[in-house]
Design a protein. Sequence first.
Length: 279
Amino acid sequence: MASAPKILVAEDAADLRDAIVLVLLEQGYRVQAARDGHEATLLFPEFNPDLVVLDMRMPKMNGPSACAVIRQTSQVPVIMFTSTNDATEVRDAIIKGASDFVLKSTGVTELTDRIAFHLNKPDDIHPEATPIKTKTVSASTTNRPATTTLIIDPDPEARAVIKAVLTRLNQSSEEAATAAEAIRLFKQIDPDIVISEWSLPDMDGFSMLTELKGTKKSKDLIRLMMSTRLSPEAQRKAHYLGIKNFLIKPLAPSKVEMAIADCVRAALRNKKKTNRKAA
């Protein structure tokens, strides 16, 4: 019989910490509690949890800083359970390796739902623990084909958010800030996935993807669009291009990871089909 998953919870508010621990124990998890980020990093190596829950703001060491320490040795899911949705703090946490965010205002039930989601991810997109430093992982080291994603957005912070998620999924990526740069890179790297902002400085996303659609390499291309808003006309154009996935900015970390994970799964299925045909 498999052992129950282990969860490390770091929260400086004693009442909330006790409540989270109680709920998780009732759901059958093994739980270790920490009073701040520093204590969490000290407990992490020996407890060796399957998932970590961190408060964003804590004394001695905050959640993002604790996450960065954990990421030096592990890629276990790290969920920020926070009262703030400040964009700067969220971006900082994502860059330091946070897997997901849950607002405290949504309650502990939402937290436990997200915990269950991360602990039950399919194996084809949830790699073994590896340092965050690893940029790409080849098929030979993961026993599955790796994918390459082209990220197109003039905003470097938005690209960093997407790249951080792909890195945690052990998938490689390249970045472009303009449509012209993206088209050039597309021809060079033959990506499996394109994630693009709809509004680019030199060409709109529709025109760029239309140009890519005319190439042989685009046959099995997985496309994901991002925008602050998508008009009905833009949605019709996207449908014409076969785009089914959209991310509305500002980017919500949990939705970003789920959308990208879906794209990676689809790309892996395409590669497996291609490999079978070639065999």
